[in-house]
Design a protein around this ligand. Structure first.
Ligand SMILES: [Zn+2]
Length: 505
């Protein structure tokens, strides 16, 4: 546990020093926990992850939308968040500190089952197990429910809430989607945008935020199409690291590498459309740069799921900082959401099947971007060693905040001119690049290693003679000379991983 803590501090320290994230924000006023600022490199990294997510969804035939982040109370009444999106809290009777009751019970009496327990039952558990205030050891008050939504108002007096998820705002567009998709189901859409949760004393830094960026993909689908999903054919031979709940019941925490077709046959997935969503999510996380060994797909126990959910799997990423971290949920939400919004809005949210009105089901992929961002920093960290006198970051080239750095060997006009031209051509090709003239080449390499830039280009006096430049590879620290005319095409290949750097030599 202590080594996990230390590692988290190393990552957070590095993130602050090198401009990935700062906080809690606003720092100069003491900071509010659960809020962070992204520095220049954090913002670049987040953009990279968003682009990978976006292109993964678009390739899978999803369309992107954007909805308001504030909605009137009735939306959240209908969605169930007003009554159900709550944490059980308890206050110390002496020092008045507020805690999450379930967390306190887990910390002080591990092993007690708390999922699904009512407020009164939690109060009883605190009494009978002598759970006390962690800071002053005094008695705790009765457990109360605390709604996690941030309340605001529209105009003078209309009650409204900042959205706790993007999903609900996507569902409200169902009728518009029907028109856009020419009444053809299934319809696949996604949204990337801010969501807000008023967490009680969030303590895990970037992992538990009050304001975060969510990505949620939704497929509106009829039950018969869930069973008959032709795209499953494309992925049925793929092997994924699965941890079904029956495996967890046996005390196993290691995923089983299993073909998707086999997982269906064994009944781990109820239908091929849902299984395909789990596969899509896995591919999104791979595209964000996570290696296979760091990913596992964990099924929820039936008792863990929301009452309306038919099935739920999480993507978990292994970190040195916190062990396995839950990063994404994939849910079969049934037709709960559309049914509720139909009831509250009095608008028809059904389609006609054999002349009967049918409310479609929803398959959902939901995750916040900040968690994978933290996990990627954690996974990319490389400590200094004999070869390198600095901690460095081994980002996969495609998601590195800066992909290419360009150095004129010296700050001289005859080198600056061609270096600028080469830099411009790299930017034009769509890379994020940095131009650096400060200090020795060794120091410049070191600075780029610290922020995880995979490739550095140096323009020297040989460039003026024969038009070649050097490319230096971050991981091997090797250099090769190639002609400047081939530079952009070569960079495209090595950044995308289409060819290995070693093959250039
Ligand atoms: Zn206390």
């Amino acid at each position: 546990m202590s080594s996990e803590r230390e590692f988290n501090e190393i990552i957070t320290g590095l993130a602050k020093k090198r401009g990935f994230f700062w906080g809690p924000s606003p720092e100069i006023y003491g900071g509010s926990s659960g809020f962070y600022d992204l520095g220049p490199l954090g913002k670049l990294l987040k953009n990279r992850l968003e682009n990978q997510i976006r292109s993964s969804f678009v390739r899978a035939n999803f369309w992107e939308v954007e909805c308001p982040t504030v909605s009137p109370a009735i939306v959240w009444k209908a969605s169930g968040h007003l009554d159900g999106f709550i944490d059980p809290i308890t206050q110390c009777t002496k020092c008045e500190q507020i805690y999450r009751a379930d967390n306190l019970i887990e910390e002080q009496s591990p092993g007690i089952k708390i999922t699904g327990k009512s407020i009164d039952e939690l109060t009883e558990i605190i009494k009978t197990h002598d759970i006390s205030c962690p800071s002053c050891k005094s008695t705790l008050g009765p457990v109360e429910s605390f709604n996690l939504m941030l309340k605001t108002r529209l105009g003078l007096d209309q009650e409204a809430y900042l959205r706790p998820e993007t999903a609900t705002t996507t569902y409200l567009l169902f009728r518009r989607f029907l028109t856009f998709f020419r009444d053809k189901l299934p319809m696949s859409v996604f949204q990337i945008g801010k969501a807000y949760r008023n967490e009680i004393s969030p303590r895990q830094g970037m992992l538990r935020l009050r304001e975060f960026t969510q990505t949620e993909g939704q497929i509106f689908i009829l039950e018969e199409d869930e069973k008959n999903w032709p795209q499953f054919e494309d992925i049925k031979e793929d092997v994924l690291p699965l941890l079904p709940y029956q495996t967890q019941q046996k005390g196993e925490s290691k995923p089983v590498k299993m073909k998707m077709s086999e997982a269906i046959k064994k009944g781990h997935f109820q239908n091929p459309a849902y299984a395909w969503c789990v596969h899509l999510t896995y591919s999104i996380f791979k595209n964000m740069g996570f290696s296979e060994e760091k990913i596992r797909l964990r099924q929820h126990f039936p008792t863990e799921r929301a009452h309306y959910a038919k099935d739920a799997w999480d993507v978990e990423i292994h970190t040195e900082s916190f062990g396995w971290v839950e990063c994404c949920g994939i849910h079969d939400r049934g037709n709960y959401d559309l049914t509720r919004h139909q009831e509250f809005s009095k608008e028809k949210l059904s389609v006609s099947v054999n002349k009967q009105p049918v409310v479609p089901n929803v398959l959902e992929i939901a995750f916040g971007i900040e968690r994978p961002l933290f996990c990627l920093l954690d996974n990319s960290f490389q400590p200094e060693n004999k070869v390198r006198d600095t901690d460095w970051l081994k980002f996969p080239p495609e998601v590195a905040p800066i992909q290419v750095a360009v150095f004129p060997l010296m700050n001289k006009d005859e080198l600056l001119g061609p270096a600028r031209e080469i830099f411009d051509s790299i930017i034009e090709a769509g890379f994020i690049a940095q131009f650096d003239v400060g200090g020795s080449i060794g120091k410049r390499y070191r600075r780029q290693d610290e922020v995880g830039t995979p490739f550095c280009i140096t323009i020297d006096y040989t460039t003026l003679e024969d038009g070649t430049v050097t490319i230096r590879d971050r991981d091997s620290m090797e250099q090769v000379r190639i002609h400047r005319d081939e530079l952009v095409a070569t960079l495209k290949k090595v950044v995308r991983g289409l060819i290995r750097f070693e093959s250039l030599q």
